[in-house]
Design a protein around this ligand. Structure first.
Ligand code: AMP
Length: 221
């Protein structure tokens, strides 16, 4: 089963994708993670996109489509979770073509609905363990020992360069201008399910499971 998690920055796509990886053996394809990796390893492409990402703007369709195309050649395990891709109509068309070419289908697009007012607090307070990827938050989820990961015990907490209020405003604007039209695009294709992304993490996971099992979540059938 191949699925897309769709929603604004801070909707919880990454958190839910990691749960699906753990619980269903799916493969998370996060273009944001791939680009950050290229940025840290200092590849030519990473250097090219660094400033764009830090400002909160979208990198070119050509670059991200190329990254996804490469990953689709590999094993898809229990299915792919597209996290942060597609973000434009051109990317959505390209994904459809690539899947078709590989004899695969897109089974479900899960829209994670969140109130914009909640996003600023969620994003500006969040950080992750750079060793195992466990997510934390200044207010809602602090580790038992400050600076030390509850999950793996390492002291390697990291904050994203673009998790500040200025970049977030740009990221939100990019989302509404370029990505939110995908909600209508997938609704028209009858692939869309919507879940309440503001619920507790496990409740959101339950709604996603119900959506993937074909349930009616927030009225999209
Ligand atoms: P994310 O981790 O998904 O929030 O992505 C972080 C940043 O990477 C975004 O603000 C963009 O600059 C870039 N990015 C990630 N995915 C895409 C995409 N599909 N299209 C264009 N830019 C992307």
């Amino acid at each position: 089963m191949n699925i897309i998690l769709l929603g604004p920055p801070g909707a919880g796509k990454g958190t839910q994708a990691r749960k699906l990886v753990d619980e269903r053996g799916m493969i998370q394809l996060s273009t944001g993670d791939m680009l950050r990796e290229a940025k840290t390893s200092g590849t030519e492409m990473g250097l090219k996109v660094a400033a764009i990402m830090d400002a909160g703007e979208l990198v070119t369709d050509e670059i991200v489509i190329g990254l996804i195309e490469e990953k689709l050649q590999g094993d898809n395990g229990g299915g792919f979770i597209f996290d942060g891709f597609p973000r434009t109509l051109a990317q959505a068309d390209a994904l459809g073509d690539l899947l078709k070419r590989n004899g695969q289908t897109l089974d479900c697009v899960v829209e994670m609905q969140v109130d914009d007012n909640a996003l600023v607090g969620r994003i500006t307070g969040r950080y992750t363990c750079g060793s195992c990827g466990e997510g934390y938050h200044d207010v809602t989820k602090v580790p038992a020992v400050e600076g030390k990961c509850d999950n793996c015990g390492e002291s390697n907490m990291q904050r994203r360069a673009d998790d500040n209020e200025d970049s977030l405003r740009t990221r939100l604007m990019e989302y509404y201008k370029k990505t939110s039209p995908l909600i209508g695009y997938y609704y028209a294709k009858d692939d869309l399910k919507s879940v309440d992304g503001l619920a507790a993490i496990d409740d959101v996971a339950g709604s996603i499971t119900a959506a993937l099992n074909g349930g009616d979540i927030i009225g999209n059938g």
